[in-house]
Each structure stands twice: as C-alpha cells, then as structure tokens.
Design a protein around this ligand. Structure first.
Ligand SMILES: Cc1cc2nc3c(=O)[nH]c(=O)nc-3n(C[C@H](O)[C@H](O)[C@H](O)COP(=O)(O)OP(=O)(O)OC[C@H]3O[C@@H](n4cnc5c(N)ncnc54)[C@H](O)[C@@H]3O)c2cc1C
Length: 426
C-alpha cells in the first residue's frame, strides 16, 4: 500500500494557521492531511509574543497553556520612548482574557501540531509542497504536488500528487501556492521587516512585554517601527526590532545594524551581553493588511500570512492566522451542509467575505497608521506627547493590540467599533 494521498481537505503548512485549521476540521470529522516541509520542533523567526487576542484564539482551540510547559504570562505592555517608560496593563474585558503569553515558536508550533494530531488530523512532516494541481477544464484547484524532504530539508524522491476538493494554503509569507496561481502581493499595502534573536537576561521571568518606540537610523531619524523584549522565563528573552514600509517598498535599511546599535545603546538595564546572543540574528518579511487577495479562489483558501493577515499596528500575525483558520473551518462546515453546487461554492466564498467583515476595517485603519508613522515628526509627536496622556493611551492601547469589546464596552471600545465599521474594508 502506498501513502494515502486523498483527503477532504489538504492543508499546506503546519504553522499556527495550518495546524489550527487542521485541528478545527479534524474535530468536525473531516479527513484532513496537512503537509509541512520541516520537522518539529523547528525554529521559526518570530517575536514569540501573544497578546490577549491570541490567547483568546488558543482558548477557542482548547489548547492548555500551563506555565510548566514554558508558557509565560504577561500582564501588559511597557512602552519606552520620548523620555517615558510607562506600563499599560491589558484591560479587563468580557471578550478577552486579561493576559498575554510568550512561548518560543519552536515549542508553540510543535504543541499546536500535536494538538491537531490529537483531534485526528494527519500532519505529515517533511513534505515540501511544490505547487497546486488544477482541473484542466475549470481551472479549479483540486490538489497539490509534493516531494518528501530528508533530515536536512533537501527534497528527495518522486513528486507525489495529493488530491482533495479543497486546498488550504497556510504556507506563510512565502505564499508559494498563491504565487504559483499568479496571486501577487498588492503594492498598496504595508510590509514589515523584522529581525530577532535570543539573549540571556536576569529579567527573563518578568511578566511584561516591553516595546521601544524610538528606533533611529544612523542619522538619528526616528523610524516607523519598534523594538521588543519578550521574556521567555527560561533564562532568555526574545529581543528584536521591526520597521514598516507603508507600501511594501524596500526601505534600504540595514536591520541587523539597527538592531545591534539599539541593543548596545538602549538595553543596558536588561543585563544582557550584546556580544553573546544565544542564536544568530535572523530576519524575515511580515505581510500586512491583507496584502494578498482574494482569500478564496475556486478550490483554494488562503489563511494567515499567505493572505497577508498581519496587523500593521503591531506586527502581530499569530492571532490572525488562528482566527482565519477558525473562519475557514466554519466555511468548510457550511460547504458540507449545503445542498446544491451553487450553495456549496457560496459557502466557501463566504470565508473571504467573513475575513473582510472581521478585519477589513481594522486593517484599513492600520494602512492609514502606517502612512502616518512613516513621517518621523508624527512618531516624535506620538511618543513625546501621546504616551503620557492616559486618555489617549487608554484608546491607543486597544487600537494597537486589537482588543476591544465588539459589542461596545466603554467609550474607547465604542470608538473602535465605530472606526472599524466606518473604515472601508479593502
Ligand atoms: C521577526 C518577526 C517577529 C514576529 N513577531 C511576532 C510576534 O511576536 N507575535 C505575533 O503574533 N506575530 C509575530 N510575527 C508574525 C508571525 O510570525 C506570523 O504572522 C505567523 O507565523 C503566521 O502564521 P502562519 O501559520 O500563517 O505562517 P507560518 O508561521 O509562516 O507557517 C507556515 C508554515 O508553512 C510551512 N511551509 C511553507 N512553505 C511550504 C511548502 N512549500 N510546503 C510545505 N510546507 C511549507 C512552513 O515551514 C511553516 O511551518 C513576527 C514575524 C517576524 C518575521
């Protein structure tokens, strides 16, 4: 008997988006195969930080997050900049927990993949998906081709075709499947670039996320972006910085040099040795504000980074990958329940509409934000005069972290609801 290559749904990639959708679908009784090119545990370049929005998604996934397994809570965000150092606890809210979490992606992605397996998903590590397969007549995506990889990630053996009536691309920023179908990224959307490494620090078990808003270039101009320190409770912290380009054009910045300078100059109170990072400084691009669309074409859904689902406000993408996975699975359930071909296709298409409904307005605001902070004078005004104003920060904190009461809580929640409804979802 050869390997089984047919399923109800094939998922490409088992990062947070892929494993989450595999979990949801397996729990609903679908026969789901997820093909992941690497083998767990594996490193993923990331800040390892989770806001209450992400924790909410983990709760919906029924994933336990005990501290003894390395999940370290944080109770808010400490912002440093413009001569200020202020702490903003996560709000007590009905719809979100009042804490965030950190866990290395090496552990996080492995744990989530195992969780999906425990629900019945067939997660296959060491399978590199080389492209999609389309129906000759209709152009509909009906599967993928893949090659096995060896321990070093090299492709080995013959190409294998995996078939399913639905493929979900959760292959991250590389978006190989979408690109293969000619779905280029949109050049009117922001794009981030970020680098990070791990350092040993005596403050490794501090339960706060710290963000530095004053990242400067060699001529001391303020850059649109921020640096972060996310303690991991294991003797180290994830330390990195990222900048934003409002239209995705390359900034020409040397992020490693910026990072080195910032760590040496601004992080003396973290007790780290700038010359002794625990691992290499690594970087990657961050696709934002739905920069690849549509999120559904016949036979194929895009979830997470493959659909550009990172927030321009803070570079957070794990929560959105899991949220889009949840929404995709809801559409797949409706697809199974629909009675006619037209209704079945409409059910799948509803996924793209739902993502716009959930996040389109918020991401449109994020595009305006990205344009604004591209001007150093705006960054300066915000850090110097905005940070110490409690009312401004009460609202800004909700805006940046996307944790507000959707049914309206206090004035800031209601303002957020109004703004996200008024902003056109695009
Ligand atoms: C430096 C940096 C810091 C960041 N910090 C944070 C943070 O602190 N918090 C946060 O929420 N977000 C952060 N992000 C964003 C976050 O990493 C992503 O948004 C998130 O990983 C998206 O999840 P995903 O499942 O869509 O994609 P990914 O996590 O990229 O997963 C894609 C998976 O697909 C696999 N894959 C890719 N191509 C193929 C193929 N051809 N065949 C088979 N498998 C394939 C990959 O191996 C991978 O496992 C950061 C990003 C960067 C670059």
């Amino acid at each position: 008997m050869g390997v089984k290559t047919q399923a109800d749904v094939i998922v490409v990639g088992a990062g947070p988006g892929g494993s989450a959708v595999a979990y949801y679908l397996a729990r609903e009784g679908f026969n789901v195969i997820a093909l992941e090119k690497s083998r767990f545990p594996r490193e993923k370049v990331c800040g390892d930080g989770l806001t209450p929005k992400a924790v909410k998604e983990l709760q919906l996934l029924n994933l336990p997050t005990p501290r003894e397994d390395g999940w370290i809570p944080n109770w808010g965000l400490r912002m440093v900049g413009g001569g200020h150092r202020l702490e903003f606890p996560w709000h007590e809210q009905e719809s979100f927990p009042n804490y965030g979490l950190s866990l290395t992606r090496s552990s996080f992605d492995h744990t989530l993949a195992e969780h999906a397996r425990s629900a019945g998903a067939d997660i296959r590590e060491g399978w590199f998906v080389t492209g999609s397969v389309r129906d000759d007549l209709t152009g509909r995506v009906i599967g993928v081709t893949a090659k096995a990889t060896d321990e070093k990630g090299r492709k080995v053996g013959d190409e294998v075709t995996y078939s399913a009536p639905l493929v979900i691309a959760a292959d991250g920023v590389s978006a190989r499947i979408a690109l293969g179908l000619g779905m280029e990224r949109m050049d009117n959307r922001p794009m981030g670039v970020a680098v990070r490494t791990y350092f040993e620090t005596p403050r490794h078990d501090e339960e706060w996320m710290e963000g530095h808003l004053t990242i400067r270039d060699s001529e001391s101009h303020l850059l649109p972006g921020y640096g972060w320190i996310f303690p991991l409770g294991d003797g180290t912290a994830n330390i990195g910085l990222g900048t934003l380009s409002p239209n995705g054009a390359p900034s020409g910045l040397d992020h490693r040099a910026l990072f080195d300078n910032w760590v040496r100059e601004d992080l003396k109170d973290w007790g780290i040795d700038p010359d002794a990072p625990v691992s290499k400084v690594q970087g990657a691009a961050i696709p934002m504000a739905f920069n690849r669309q549509p999120h559904y074409v016949p036979g194929l859904m895009l979830v997470g980074d493959s659909g550009g689902m990172v927030s321009p406000f803070n570079g957070e993408g794990i929560a959105y990958a899991m949220q889009s996975a949840r929404r995709a699975s809801e559409a797949v359930v409706a697809w199974r329940e629909a009675r006619t071909d037209g209704a079945r296709e409409a059910a799948l298409e509803s996924y793209a509409d739902q993502m716009k409904e959930d996040l389109g307005g918020y991401f449109s605001l994020g595009r305006v934000f990205a344009e604004l902070i591209d001007h150093p004078s705006v960054m300066r005004l915000c850090t110097r005069y905005g940070l110490p104003r409690p009312l401004v920060m009460h609202f800004t904190h909700k805006l940046l972290a996307d944790v507000y009461e959707p049914s309206g809580g206090d004035w800031a929640d209601r303002l957020m609801v109004t703004l996200t409804k008024v902003a056109p979802a695009a």
